[in-house]
Design a protein around this ligand. Structure first.
Ligand SMILES: Nc1ncnc2c1ncn2[C@@H]1O[C@H](COP(=O)(O)OP(=O)(O)OP(=O)(O)O)[C@@H](O)[C@H]1O
Length: 705
């Protein structure tokens, strides 16, 4: 544990937009001293983690004033879920005439946030402050853009505010559950499921995010949201075929279903052309006009796009260089003697100034805006009059009201359709499980590489092995060949099951991180769904392969023996799947494909195929008990040769092992117990799966740091 030096206060406060912030702390272009806040205690970074946010207090609360909409909206009646605008239209006019969708707006205020990461430099961990005591307030009904040079800390600030970055408050993890119920975070290039249609993706989101089943209301809401974002024509289009702009709109539509009052977007316009960028920012602006607090990071907006933004939060080297209305940026700069050339894009000018093209003004800028605490530059039209105090009292007052009002807000935002649950996840565990199994299964069936080719590989491999070992199973002259065949069957099924699973988590990690963070489902239900939904496919593959090989190689034609053979092979696949899940949960695909096969090699050596347990050095014998392949091989041999099988035929002049039990004795397997082997395999597989779940949980946490 390393103690952090900075003491900060962060508050996620919801308050009446008509309540202002402290206007007396700064004056235009005048440097002022930051108001000292007495911290309850100093926080520290979590052990092993490479980062930490220093916060002294944090609260999330809500009040229920009228939303701060534009004057044109003022007389319109409140509606629980009004349309965002005309289908596909991104014009401003649509937005300005809209009714407010958010009944309880949430302002987001934060004070003196610092964020420190610890990086390794020549074997030493060195702290690096990415955010340096920044403050500010993002208001409901407004679109706020966080801008700044590359590496200024924009994404980090967004991650911290949204709670995506895990942080510590007074040394304990921040409890952001209440806040997360009110907010969603849409990352840059939000990963979606390419194998689902837009309609399917939306229905899954509707059930998980709204907690209601196939209610007609949920379908109506899906249609409404898609219509408002201009995606209704793509109802049946596969997500993988949508354009970049459409994908971004779909990512918004998925989160918009639950009508969140606070929305965070990390670089929503990255990769879009200028026209699509304008449309995208238009959508964000309209979302804000409905009473939401919309915060996004943006790189270099054009002059037109810059004008569409309401508030600008300019970061430089992790400090705030400007916080206020976009229209006030140039007067603010001018106050410091920085005059924007005529016909110059103000956004470009701001970046040029912070980039040092006009000299080093960054310290002056940070001082003038009091590192974000000065609110004099907030616009007068929609912004609060700068009158009310913005201090410690507000924090405690909001804290007291948080519990009762957040429940009220959840009920209010539901719009009377689906009941929004005060639980962390709106859908029940079983509902989550059902929806996720269905989704994973559907995706799997449509994924030719992972599904179809897996089946074909088992079919072709079965036929090849069948031809190679044709009719040897009942011949005493080939008992050792048959032994090799049974071992190969286990190895083959083990590798195919392992490789399929190694891909399962790493590729989905960004999707899980987004959906889990935005409260779609718990990790338990996701993990269980992934585990369960692969069982039918792996089962079918094992069946296809085992049936072909068993028949073609003339193993004993007894139902009981065949079922036992099938079961033991399926159990080995189950264990291999578990190992694959563990490896997939623990590392990236490129590492997993190398490490996975290496990880199972020791099990092969100690399977009893290459060296019998009794022939191994006594100090190494215990390793055989840890090898699940040993139980697989023993079970497979017992299924084929054990339990009083009739003597075998002999195609040679002399066969030493016509009596199956003699052969089992030779291999030291005659005292084995099939059901014991099967039970141990099941237990090993289940324990590894449990370990995979905990590793995944840990990895997801790190993924968000
Ligand atoms: N976990 C981390 N470990 C080390 N350095 C980090 C970590 N996270 C962020 N940084 C560094 O902090 C700085 C700010 O990162 P951040 O991604 O917030 O910047 P940004 O303003 O969003 O940049 P860009 O516009 O290029 O995306 C960068 O220099 C980055 O390298």
């Amino acid at each position: 544990m390393e103690s952090l030096r900075d003491v900060v206060v962060m508050s996620a406060l919801a308050r009446s937009p008509s309540s202002g912030t402290d206007s007396g702390r700064c004056s235009p272009s005048t440097a002022t001293t930051a108001t000292a806040t007495t911290p309850p205690s100093v926080s520290s970074s979590s052990g092993g983690a490479s980062s930490g946010v220093d916060t002294a207090s944090l609260s999330a609360a809500l009040t229920a004033p009228a939303p701060p909409l534009d004057p044109l909206d003022g007389d319109l009646p409140m509606a629980p879920w009004p349309p965002l605008g005309s289908p596909g239209g991104d014009s401003e006019v649509d937005g300005w005439n809209m009714k407010p969708a958010i009944e309880v707006p949430v302002n987001l205020a934060f004070q003196k946030i610092s964020y420190t990461v610890h990086t390794r430099v020549r074997l030493r961990r060195e702290p690096r402050r990415i955010l340096q005591g920044v403050s500010g307030e993002f208001r409901a009904g407004q679109l706020t853009a966080i801008m700044g040079p590359s590496g200024a800390g924009k994404s980090t600030l967004l991650d911290v505010l949204s709670g995506y970055t895990r942080l510590l408050v007074n040394g304990s993890p921040r409890d952001s559950r209440a806040f997360r119920r009110q907010s969603v975070y849409i990352q840059q290039d939000a990963p979606l499921h390419p194998q689902l249609t837009v309609a399917e993706a939306m229905s899954v989101a509707a059930v998980l995010k709204l907690g209601c089943g196939k209610a007609a209301e949920s379908r109506a809401r899906i249609a409404e949201v898609l219509q408002s974002l201009g995606l209704h024509e793509h109802f049946d289009t596969m997500t993988g075929r949508l354009s970049g702009g459409q994908l971004k709109r779909l990512a918004i539509a998925l989160e918009l279903l639950s009508n969140p009052p606070v929305m965070f977007f990390d670089e929503p316009t990255s990769g879009l052309d200028s026209s699509t960028t304008k449309q995208c920012v238009g959508v964000l602006r309209r979302l804000a006009r409905q009473g939401r607090t919309v915060v996004c990071t943006i790189h270099t907006p054009s002059a037109t796009v810059f004008e569409m933004l309401d508030q600008l939060y300019l970061l430089v080297d992790g400090r705030c260089a400007y916080s206020g209305h976009t229209a006030n940026l140039l007067p603010y700069m001018a106050g410091l003697g920085l005059r924007c050339p005529p016909y110059h894009n103000p956004a470009d000018f701001a970046l040029e100034v912070t980039g040092g093209e006009y000299g080093d003004y960054n310290d002056d800028l940070v001082r003038a805006i009091d590192n974000g605490r000065c609110d004099l530059w907030v616009s007068t039209s929609t912004a609060a009059p700068a009158s009310a105090a913005h201090g410690g009292d507000d924090v405690s007052l909001s804290r007291q009201s948080s519990v009762s009002t957040s429940a009220a807000s959840a009920a209010a935002s539901d719009g009377g359709h689906c009941r929004q649950s005060p639980r962390v996840y709106p859908a029940s565990f079983w509902m989550q499980l059902y929806v996720l199994i269905k989704r994973t299964f559907r995706k799997g069936l449509r994924d030719r590489m992972l599904c179809h080719s897996r089946l074909y590989i088992h079919l072709v491999a079965g036929l090849l092995i069948g031809v190679l070992f044709l009719n040897i199973g009942s011949d005493a002259a080939h008992v050792f060949h048959n032994f090799s065949l049974l071992f190969f069957c286990l190895m083959f099924l083990m590798f195919t099951a392992l490789s399929a699973m190694i891909l399962a988590f790493p590729l989905e990690m960004p999707i899980i991180a987004r959906e889990h963070f935005n409260r779609w489902y718990s990790l338990k239900s996701y993990f269980l769904a992934v585990t369960i939904s692969d069982v039918p496919l792996q089962g079918a593959c094992t069946c296809v392969y085992a049936c072909i090989v068993y028949y073609m190689t003339a193993q004993p034609m007894e139902v009981a023996r065949f079922i036992q053979f099938l079961l033991i092979n399926a159990l080995v696949s189950y264990v291999a799947q578990s190992v694959g899940l563990l490896v997939g949960a623990a590392m990236k695909v490129e590492h997993g494909v190398i490490f996975g096969p290496l990880a199972i090699l020791p099990f092969t050596v100690f399977s009893g195929y290459f060296v019998h347990q009794r022939d191994a050095p006594s100090s190494m014998r215990w390793l055989f008990h840890a090898s699940y392949l040993k139980y697989g091989l023993s079970g497979s041999m017992l299924a084929v040769y054990g339990y009083g099988r009739e003597p075998l035929g002999c195609s040679d002049d002399y066969c030493h092992f016509t009596r199956p039990e003699k052969f089992l004795h030779e291999l030291d397997l005659d005292k084995g117990n099939y059901w014991m082997d099967a039970g141990v395999l099941f237990a090993i597989g289940s324990v590894i799966r449990l370990a995979a779940y905990f590793v995944l949980r840990l990895r997801l946490r790190r993924f968000r740091q």
